[in-house]
Design a protein around this ligand. Structure first.
Ligand SMILES: Nc1ncnc2c1ncn2[C@@H]1O[C@@H]2COP(=O)(O)O[C@H]2[C@H]1O
Length: 259
């Protein structure tokens, strides 16, 4: 099982692309600005998009992708966009409303649209893509309704992405008993912006260090969603707080493999 990191930044700047991961070649996990690095052929292969929440940095690729691939998918089923009901409602009301963007859930033809919106709930399990990967929907604690995802590799080991979240006790309960090989967890803000982190329901180093006490030592920890310009400060801070835990930072272009 391969996960290609298209974007993993907390916002944009040169070299910084917002969250998007490609599972195998047909399942997109979040649709941030990293989606724009895919070729048209790669975009046209995507059959499923999982959205962790409705914020722009995670969804803006969906309407653009729909417009790009529409003429290549005449004979294909709609791309299934999977998300919490609250997230889909935001897309319907504020994005695909024929004002901010055309309603691609009815275009190019209401009987054969390029997008179909599919609800899931926390605790659900989906089977997605040609490889029928199992994806479990995990709780997240963010400023808007949000979730994370656990994807099961052929060995039974799991790749877990927290989504955008602040301190999230329900996540650790949901992970108990799972064989987590890799945990992609966010830390958006430096300690100096701890108040903004708390307000906007993200992690900073102190809250992340507390959370990681709940994770088995064996899992690899990969940091994501760091705000542009903050990486060195955050990594140095975490190295002091967690000297015994090897932390890696995700980078765009990286491909994670899980047997
Ligand atoms: N109270 C706040 N003060 C400053 N910035 C904020 C506040 N709330 C949200 N934001 C910013 O708005 C961004 C929206 O996307 P994010 O949640 O990734 O990160 C958020 C912060 O960078």
């Amino acid at each position: 099982m391969n996960i290609r990191i298209l974007g993993c930044s907390g916002s944009i700047a040169q070299g910084c692309r917002t969250t998007s991961f490609l599972l195998d070649d047909d399942v997109l996990i979040d649709a941030g600005t990293g989606v724009g690095d895919l070729t048209l052929d790669e975009l046209a292969r995507i059959d499923h998009i999982l959205l962790s929440h409705s914020h722009l940095d995670h969804v803006l690729g969906v309407p653009l992708l729909a417009d790009s691939v529409m003429r290549r998918r005449h004979d294909r089923a709609p791309i299934q966009v999977h998300a919490l009901p609250e997230t889909l409602q935001v897309l319907r009301e504020h994005l695909f409303n024929d004002r901010l963007w055309p309603d691609f859930t009815r275009l190019p033809n209401p009987r054969r649209p390029v997008l179909a919106l599919r609800e899931f709930q926390h605790g659900d399990s989906l089977e997605l893509g040609a490889a029928r990967r199992r994806v479990d929907i995990l709780p997240a604690a963010h400023a808007v309704p949000a979730c994370g995802f656990a994807v099961t590799a052929p060995s039974g080991r799991q790749w877990v992405y927290t989504g955008d979240t602040g301190p999230n006790p329900a996540l650790w309960s949901a992970l108990a008993g799972r064989d987590v090989a890799q945990l992609v967890i966010e830390v958006a803000f430096a300690e100096s912006e701890r108040a903004i982190a708390a307000d906007s329901r993200h992690h900073c180093p102190s809250s992340l260090a507390e959370e990681l006490k709940r994770l088995p030592e064996l899992a690899d920890v990969l940091l994501t969603h760091i705000k542009p310009g903050e990486l060195d400060t955050i990594v140095a801070d975490l190295a002091q707080r967690l000297p015994d835990r090897r932390l890696q930072t995700l980078s765009a272009g990286q491909v994670l493999h899980l047997a």
